[in-house]
Design a protein around this ligand. Structure first.
Ligand code: IPM
Ligand code: MG
Length: 362
């Protein structure tokens, strides 16, 4: 029996509800494939702030470093409390430092239009159907981490955030993007803004050099404004999109709605080892917390990505993805997926969705 140590951040608001379902699925996988998952609870964000006055305490980072991978629920508070110290610092005190501390520079966000729910897409089915895009987003550098400054110049407030990339930071993630493309449709599109930004010129140069190391993968380039438009006009043209931190943040939200709900999508954040952080791409949805209506599929598919990338359990990951598709195929929907009400659909709660997927795995 193989044993894996999984660090678990429950997250805020709907976080604990959807994590419970992800762990239910890991339990089903453990039974079927005889793996042991040792769960290590990790304190961060709202609960850590209440207890220790810190969003990411030192002891949490230490315990996380002992794990083989981290499974994380969404962090964050309700919009009306965003200036409260409990929530104001979540991004800068917990989310970004967690990524940086473990050097998780490659963020993978895959948008797949799942056939059973392709009618949920706001885009016409003949345009979106068959879409499958992997966004490879740089996660530990660029404008999120570059020097910041706020000052007063001639009596006026002035602020700046700097976009800074080193050649080595671009090269390592570009190589990862081309490697993922080899296992897909063998196409990488670099998205940047090289008509204006010198940092984008560097991305183009370095990625062009990396492309020559991968003669079997086709490489093209698109300015980010055009890419935002092409994602809606003709999403099937994309296979792997490689981009910087901030463009990847924006384009991944845009791409996620092609499928109809952001409640479906997981992400993986990886560094140079098999260690990784796995989490939904959506937020903590305070308005629907505690009602058993949140969609747990994003957390469940995050567990599948953990099995694939950190534990090299491809079969198990595919089993979870198949189970999710089958349950959707059978007409079961959480509320977010049931907007176009039809009589063949059965609306179920968070727990029931988890049960159905677990049953499908057994
Ligand atoms: C994301 C989020 C974060 C980001 C925020 C919460 C800091 O939007 O993971 O996409 O911008 O990276
Ligand atoms: Mg985002």
């Amino acid at each position: 029996m193989t044993s894996f140590r999984v660090g678990v951040f429950n997250g805020d608001y709907i976080g604990p509800e959807i994590m419970t379902e992800a762990l239910k699925i890991l339990g089903a996988i453990s039974k079927k494939y005889h793996h042991e998952f040792v769960l290590q609870p990790l304190e961060a964000s709202g609960e850590a702030f209440d207890k220790y006055g810190k969003h990411l305490p030192e002891h949490t980072l230490k315990a996380a470093a002992e794990c083989d991978a981290l499974l994380k629920g969404p962090f964050g508070g309700p919009p009306e409390e965003l200036n409260h110290p409990k929530w104001a610092g979540v991004e800068k005190e917990a989310i970004l430092p967690l990524r940086k501390h473990f050097n998780l520079y490659t963020n993978l966000r895959e948008t797949k239009v799942l056939e059973p729910i392709s009618d949920l897409s706001p885009i016409k089915p003949d345009i979106v159907s068959g879409t499958n895009i992997l966004i490879v987003r740089e996660l530990t550098s660029g404008i999120y981490f570059g020097p910041k400054n706020s000052t007063v110049v001639n009596g006026e407030r002035e602020s700046s955030d700097l976009e800074v990339y080193k050649e080595s930071e671009i090269r390592r993630i570009a190589r990862n993007a081309f490697t993922y493309a080899l296992g897909r449709k063998k196409k990488v599109t670099l998205v940047a803004k090289s008509n204006v930004l010198v940092s984008s010129v560097l991305w183009r140069e370095v990625t062009g050099e990396v492309a020559r190391e991968f003669p079997d993968v086709s490489f093209d380039y698109m300015h980010v404004d055009n890419a935002a438009m092409q994602l809606i006009l003709n999403p099937r043209q994309f296979d792997v999109i490689l981009t910087n931190n901030i463009f990847g943040d924006i384009l991944s939200d845009e791409a996620s709605v092609l499928s109809g709900s952001i409640g479906l999508f997981p992400s993986a954040s990886l560094g140079d080892s098999s260690f990784g952080l796995y989490e939904p791409i959506h937020g903590s949805a305070p308005s629907i917390a505690g009602k058993n209506i949140a969609n747990p599929i994003s957390a469940i598919l995050s567990a599948a990505l953990m099995l694939r990338y950190s534990f090299k359990c491809e079969q198990e990951a595919l089993d979870i993805e198949r189970a999710v598709e089958t349950v959707l195929q059978n007409g079961y929907r959480t509320e977010d997926l049931a907007l176009s009400a039809s009589s063949s659909q059965k609306v179920v709660g968070t727990r029931e969705m988890g049960d159905l997927i677990a049953k499908e795995i057994r």
